[in-house]
Design a protein around this ligand. Structure first.
Ligand code: PLP
Length: 452
């Protein structure tokens, strides 16, 4: 029998419903009481409060790289808590913060050697965007204010990060900064018939050039892009896109921010995707999520030496008034260091490189097999299944909810997915084995059969 101070299942459901506002809750259901309650987790698996076991298709929220239940993570975190749980980043530093900053600098491309720690991805993006403002204002170019972002991009939920988010931007009652200009969809799926991938890339680069010409390079501070638009539906840009857009930015003195909150820390088989996968050295990289495998909150904005030097050069020192109480939090940094150590010791990057081709083959096979599927796409251990919206025999309303419907049938069979409208995306923990990958895709295929 439950002790008197132990909440019952019914208590938890009621308290959560009455007092806990969840991200992206809708006003017609924000008092809903059917959030799945996750009680335990191990490896790639989750167990809910009824004891049902699931493969964690979304990998938490694209973040649990090393999987759940790692005692060595718990030990590293506990050790740091006991030794020294907090140090003010204004007046001091800590061993974990200093070691982690150097470690990240070693992993990042080119001269990206300076790390500003944040509390997560949104605050990393905010920091990058504010760094652009600081830089241009300091250089006496206060007009270089506009930010170029992309339709379907997702960069977070703080004021500025949500302002550069292209997803859902028309469908919100939140106000946004008016300093942002959006480039049209880069998704090769759905491009006009007869347009090759090369042509598509040309058009997307031309979109950027046109926007710059319209607004004037002297008014534009930066361009922000995810290497793969993850929350937008795992949109892989056409080959050469990132290199060419970076060249356009450089030619126009526009800073390039690569938002690697999802693609960083192994998702594509490398510490960072910017250079190793897409061949670019951006001016700043933002990361979070996989940095600690989600065990504790932490993000980082990594800045190039060139930018740091440029900010030092003008006469008269000025304070970079950006900072968080938990910047460089010693316990989060200790968690990140242990996470990185585990990824190295267990060759998780190599493992992703070995499993990803099989993962992508199984994904492609789904695209070939099911009529209901319009497109499959992905890279590394990222995948998306998009439902066709032009099947005459289907109801459009049902197809627009394809992601949730596929998730529901897969959950019955023990697999969680992340639904986005007519898409379902997945990014399992990076430790997933080939056999577990097969199990995941077998369930998805069985689910698709039920929906077909
Ligand atoms: N940037 C990208 C590319 C993301 O996918 C996300 C979150 O999904 C964020 C930024 C925001 O990160 P956070 O939720 O940690 O603030």
């Amino acid at each position: 029998e439950a002790r008197s101070n132990t909440p019952t299942d019914a208590d938890l459901t009621r308290w959560d419903r009455d007092h806990h506002l969840h991200p992206w809750a809708s006003t017609d259901s924000w008092r809903k009481d059917d959030y799945m309650r996750i009680n335990t987790a191990d490896g790639i698996y989750l167990w809910d409060s009824t004891g049902k076991k699931f493969i964690d298709g979304p990998g938490g929220m694209w973040c649990v790289q090393i999987g759940y239940g790692r005692k060595d993570m718990a030990d590293a975190i506990a050790k740091q808590v006991v030794e020294m749980p907090y140090a003010s980043p204004w007046s001091s530093t800590s061993e974990p913060a200093a070691v982690l900053a150097r470690r990240i600098a070693e992993m990042t491309p080119g001269d990206l050697n300076t790390v500003f720690f944040t509390t997560g991805g949104s605050t990393a993006v905010d920091t990058a965007l504010r760094t652009v403002q600081f830089y241009n204002n300091r250089l006496g170019r206060p007009d270089k204010k506009l930010i170029i972002a992309r339709e379907k991009g997702y960069h977070g939920s703080t004021y500025l990060a949500s302002s550069v988010t292209g997803k859902e931007r028309f469908n919100t009652k939140f106000d946004k900064s008016d300093l942002v200009r959006f480039l049209p969809d880069v998704n090769p799926y759905g491009r006009p018939e007869g347009v090759s991938l090369e042509d598509w890339c040309d058009q997307k680069v031309a979109d950027l050039e046109t926007l710059i010409a319209e607004e004037g390079a002297e008014n534009i501070g930066c361009f922000i892009a995810e290497p793969i638009l993850c929350s937008g539906g795992v949109i892989v840009p056409p080959p050469g896109y990132h290199q060419r857009t970076l060249e356009v930015c450089r030619a126009n003195d526009i800073l390039y921010i690569s938002d690697e909150v999802v693609t960083g820390f192994g998702r594509l088989g490398h510490w960072f995707a910017s250079q190793e996968v897409f061949g670019i050295e951006p001016d700043m990289i933002t990361c979070a999520k996989g940095l600690t495998s989600g065990y504790l909150p932490l993000g980082a904005c990594i800045v190039s030496d060139a930018l740091m030097t440029a900010m030092e050069e003008p006469e008269g020192a000025e304070v970079f008034y950006n900072g968080f109480t938990y910047s460089g939090h010693p316990v989060s940094c200790a968690a990140a260091l242990k996470n990185i150590e585990i990824m190295e010791d267990e060759d998780i990057l190599g493992h992703v490189q070995r499993v990803a081709p099989h993962f992508q083959d199984r994904l492609r096979a789904i695209g070939e097999r099911f009529d209901i599927v319009g497109d499959v796409r992905g890279m590394g251990l990222l995948g998306c299944i998009e439902c066709r919206l032009d099947l005459p025999r289907k109801s459009l309303e049902a197809d627009l909810k394809f992601g949730a419907r596929l998730d529901a049938v897969c959950e019955e069979m023990g697999l969680m997915l992340r639904p986005f409208g007519n898409m379902a995306v997945f990014s399992p923990p990076l430790i997933i084995s080939k056999e577990e990958t097969d199990r995941m895709f077998d369930i998805m295929e069985a689910g698709l059969e039920k929906l077909s």
